[in-house]
Ligand binder design. Structure first.
Ligand code: PNS
Length: 164
């Protein structure tokens, strides 16, 4: 029997945007299973809009209908998490040239740490190439309309957070 094709899609997902969702669903065209892994950096938690539990919850809500997607959190090194799940393939979204340097450096460093590490860069739909979670946070926090950039359930959480 051939081994199932499994990959990890790691990130902060603060919050999950339609760009993230687009990439996750595209991956299922060539994967058997995708593990969306929310990074938990205890020292950075104070700078996050949503807690790790909330981020996991909002991603789970969106992919409840998709049995090939698992959502979890991880802390520590990505390569250690990937080894623990026996998945050497990682997915990252690449929107523009500006993303490239950071992604390239991270990919090569991860491979230094674990030679089996491979990364697949995915391009989102053109509509989402300008979209980032940090811009969504900023616009929403300043009262702007982000309904085109996030799902209705994420929007509800953002609005509740802006009011509190
Ligand atoms: O969505 P982000 O913030 O761009 O995701 C970055 C993430 C979580 C993939 C990256 O920070 C990461 O892999 N963190 C885990 C810690 C780690 O392995 N650091 C070494 C990277 S070379």
């Amino acid at each position: 029997m051939t081994k199932p094709r499994v990959a990890i899609y790691p990130g902060s997902f603060d919050p999950l945007t339609l760009g993230h969702e687009d990439i996750a669903r595209r991956c299922l065209h060539f994967l058997d299973r995708l593990i969306i892994a929310v990074a938990h950096h205890p020292t950075q938690e104070k700078d996050r809009l949503f807690s790790v539990d909330e981020r996991v919850e909002m991603i789970e809500e969106r992919f409840r209908d998709e049995s090939r997607i698992e959502v979890t959190e991880f802390s520590g090194l990505l390569v250690d998490f990937a080894k623990s799940r026996d998945a050497s393939l990682v997915i990252r979204g690449l929107r523009a040239v500006s993303d490239f340097e950071y992604e390239f450096q991270m990919a090569l460093m991860n491979r230094e740490l674990w030679p089996e590490f491979e990364v697949v860069f995915m391009t989102p739909a053109a509509d989402y190439t300008f979209l980032s979670a940090s811009l969504v946070r900023e616009i929403s926090g300043l009262g702007g309309d982000v309904s085109r950039f996030v799902s209705a359930s994420v929007l509800k959480r953002l609005q509740a957070r802006s009011r509190s």
